[in-house]
Design a protein around this ligand. Structure first.
Ligand code: PNS
Length: 159
């Protein structure tokens, strides 16, 4: 049973994230989607709301778990028995940040691998930050996020 962890802020989850989930499931037996609490970063959605939105956006699968975590990712991954961290890579602009995290995590936990999945072309422009900005300004983001998130954004932002 090979377990991987897919960590992120997921504030909120986008179709780009779900694409990474679907592809990671082809590589691993079990995938833990881990929503990070970040006390320095005030999210639009609370961590537990993000977890619920992901749960409502993925098809029921015995291979997926969605949980919130705080503390170091490598510690959480070890507690879950994960052998790999999955991250989506959209463009070269992601690379420096992702590389820094991968190297730090490798230093902290040499046995844990980071696996990057190149984003599909259609999702390279997509980020939770841009979704929130466009939604706040009244733009239509319904094709880029799951229906549960469309609804939740309406409730959060009005409109
Ligand atoms: O979606 P994001 O915000 O790019 O995800 C970043 C995340 C949550 C993967 C990263 O901040 C993280 O791993 N946080 C947990 C705390 C930790 O282990 N920090 C050191 C990472 S090198």
């Amino acid at each position: 049973m090979i377990t991987a962890i897919y960590p992120g802020s997921f504030d909120p989850v986008t179709n780009g994230h779900l694409d990474v989930v679907g592809r990671a499931l082809k590589l691993f037996d079990r995938l833990i989607i881990a929503v990070a609490h970040n006390s320095e970063k005030q999210g639009l959605f609370a961590p537990q709301e993000r977890v619920e939105l992901i749960r409502r956006s993925i098809e029921d699968s015995s291979k997926i778990e969605v949980v919130a975590f705080d503390g170091l990712l490598v510690d959480f991954a070890a507690n879950c028995g994960a052998v790999a961290i999955v991250r989506g890579l959209r463009a070269v602009t992601d690379f420096e940040y992702e590389f820094q995290m991968a190297l730090m995590n490798k230093t902290l936990s040499p046995g844990l691998e980071t696996v990057f999945l190149a984003s599909r072309e259609a999702y390279t422009y997509l980020s939770s930050r841009v979704i929130k900005e466009v939604a706040r300004l009244g733009g239509d983001v319904s094709k880029m996020i799951p229906p549960a998130v469309v609804q939740a954004l309406r409730e959060k932002l009005g409109g």
